[in-house]
Design a protein around this ligand. Structure first.
Ligand code: AGP
Length: 608
């Protein structure tokens, strides 16, 4: 997820471009750039690695009174954060900024032999493709853009300018947001309306498959098939943070609610229902290497560790002759652990910068073990140092409490496990149920969130006075119970701890009294009845139990039951985790605490 902006009008383009990029910095902050064109088309291209402040310094040294320009703040997807990978990308006389992922960029690139590529990005390939149809101005820029986009697979929000025509900007979208700000004698572009606030109250939200040619006093929109589109001008909200939070009160709620979209990005191009398989390019392991794997070592901290635990439970279910060990990085880095032959290590991290996880990576690599990263932050240190990896592509996760990354990390690791099982020749009849449910999961998550949100809000407010909580689960619901307890702990400061249901009688049951409430996960399946009898043990000690289940027929006298009504069963614990995420959020709001920046914590723990 990146941020793009554009301006054409009577004012100094540099001013809007930099203020707009600052508003969009939450969308990506590893490099940024702008290009403006003088009246004669002479371009001034300025790019900088890192936060937007670095670009601002360059603009201060290269002040231009140009009246047209485009800009970009980057969340890297292809090619690590650097000035050469920063946008705008140049191709001949044109400049392009892009937000999204061009899936078939390698294939397109192979057809653009003569072009001298400067960067590793998919976006530069799109610029070169547009240029190949532009013929240095022989054809209208908009036509060249349309020709190129007809060959593209993936998502995009783009803005394109040409030195040969410094009066117009061409924009288009498919899958990535793009808004056009309608001004007086000026037209503005942005990835979301937060950049437009203070410049105009009127905006046109471009739809997928639409291409617009804009000048300072005209906006012409057509579909990719050249059908004219009559633009709907809407009033835009003025509350900045609300927009950045996409209308949500906090980034945490936004990131919880955007999991259908973020998981869709994790699955993009990897799940092939047509031949009942999954494919991950990133790990770079051959079929033979996958077949040889006998031991999986999964390493992470906090939520990443819990994601590893849950994925391990699933992979064991469908992969024969493999042992799985999930370890806490801060402990493992100092253990004298023996790593058996034929081990592959999964290094799990949202930020890709967590010190303990990084240290484990280096330690394990030194022992000659193959390391595969399950990472969100593109170009992060862990991403750069692993032997191969899979990006989860959930976009920036800004709230300290990790939510959307957890769901996608679990599924990314399960997909990796499926590639091992496929290579080991496991029957499709065993694997397809997992693959089918993974494809259905984004929609199941949407239905679950919409179905339980209000009920969970009410329940969380009812329990806000409690200082202690116990989370309980069996099998795949146990790591989910641990994750639920961590969420409540880190944002609402409740002393919440998770235990395997079966461990209750070995100690934790002694805790049950009126100081505690209990959250129990009861997924349908072979262990359901066992979990029911464990809940009865807690009820027998007058526990205050909230049950989360997808079993219709549940009638124990607990205080509250949250029913998950989805056909997704194998991954039901992931749907149940959404309830715990929402519960932690609403409990924290009810306590009036700082939801996105809880005390004593940081989003990325780069120290030991
Ligand atoms: C989770 O909500 C916390 N922010 C924390 O436990 C986090 O998961 C842990 O620090 C690991 O971070 P990483 O995924 O960026 O490596």
């Amino acid at each position: 997820m990146c941020g793009i902006v554009g301006y054409v009008g009577e004012k100094k383009a540099q001013d809007y471009l930099i203020s707009g990029l600052k508003r969009l910095e939450y969308r990506g902050y590893d490099s940024a750039g702008i290009v403006t064109l003088a009246e004669n088309g002479e371009p001034t291209l300025l790019r900088a690695k890192g936060k937007i402040i670095n670009l601002e310094e360059k603009i201060a040294e290269n002040n231009r009174d140009d009246k047209i320009g485009i800009g970009h703040t980057r969340w890297a997807t292809h090619g690590e954060p650097s000035e050469v990978n920063a946008h705008p990308h140049r191709a001949g006389k044109i400049f392009l900024v892009h937000n999204g992922i061009i899936e078939n960029y390698k294939e397109i690139k192979s057809h653009l032999e003569g072009f001298d590529f400067q960067s590793e990005t998919d976006s530069e390939v799109l610029a070169a493709l547009i240029n190949s149809f532009y013929g240095d101005g022989k054809y209208p820029l908009a036509n060249a853009v349309v020709q190129a986009l007809k060959l593209v697979k993936g998502t995009y929000g783009i803005a394109v300018v040409s030195e040969l025509n410094p009066e117009e900007i061409v924009v288009a979208r498919a899958g990535s947001p793009l808004v056009i700000g309608v001004g007086n004698g000026e037209t503005l572009i942005a990835s979301d309306a937060s950049a437009l606030v203070g410049h105009t109250k009127r905006a046109i939200y471009l739809n997928d498959g639409e291409v617009a040619t804009i000048t300072k006093d005209s906006i012409t929109i057509k579909t990719l098939n050249a059908e004219p589109v009559s633009a709907k001008v809407e009033e835009i909200e003025t509350n900045l943070s609300a927009i950045q939070k996409g209308g949500y009160d906090h980034f945490l709620l936004k990131e919880i609610m955007e999991q259908p979209e973020s998981l869709t990005e994790t699955l993009r191009g990897r799940v092939h229902l047509e031949n009942k398989t999954v494919r991950l390019g990133g790990p770079g392991l051959s079929e033979a290497e996958l077949r040889k794997i006998k031991h999986l070592l999964i390493v992470g901290c906090g939520t990443a560790y819990h994601a590893g635990m849950l994925a391990g439970y699933y992979i064991e279910q469908f992969t024969p002759e493999i042992t799985i060990e999930t370890v806490i990085a801060s402990e493992y880095r100092y253990r004298q652990a023996y790593i058996p032959e034929d081990t592959v290590a999964l290094i799990v991290s949202q930020s890709g910068e967590t010190a303990d996880t990084l240290a484990c990576l280096r330690e394990i690599k030194q022992q000659g073990v193959k390391t595969i990263g399950i990472v969100n932050a593109i170009g992060s240190t862990i991403a750069r140092e692993v032997d191969g990896g899979t990006y989860v592509h959930v976009g920036p996760e800004i709230s300290v409490a990790s939510t959307k990354a957890f769901t996608s990390q679990v599924i990314a690791m399960v997909m990796f496990g499926l590639t091992i099982a496929q290579a080991k020749g496991v029957k499709s009849a065993i694997l397809y149920p997992y693959i089918k449910e993974i494809a259905e999961l984004p929609e199941a998550i949407r239905e679950t969130l919409q179905g339980v949100k209000d009920e969970v809000k009410e329940t969380a407010e009812k329990y806000k006075e409690y200082e202690h909580a116990i989370y309980l689960g069996r099998d795949t619901a146990y790591p989910v119970a641990m994750e639920g307890a961590l969420k409540l702990k880190e944002v609402s400061y409740v002393d919440a701890n998770a235990y395997a249901f079966g461990e209750l009688k070995h100690g934790p049951l002694a805790l049950v009294d009126d100081r505690f409430f209990e959250i129990a996960y009861l997924p349908k399946g072979m262990l359901f009845e066992k979990a029911v009898s464990n809940v009865q043990e807690v009820l027998a000690r007058n526990g205050h139990v909230i049950v989360i289940t997808n079993e219709e027929k549940f009638d124990l006298p607990v205080e509250h039951v949250v029913k998950i009504g989805s056909d997704v069963e194998l991954f039901a614990p992931l749907l149940m985790n959404l309830v715990a995420q929402l519960f932690a959020y609403y409990a924290t709001v009810a306590k009036g605490l700082n939801v996105d920046q809880p005390r004593n914590l940081a989003k990325s723990v780069t120290v030991e």
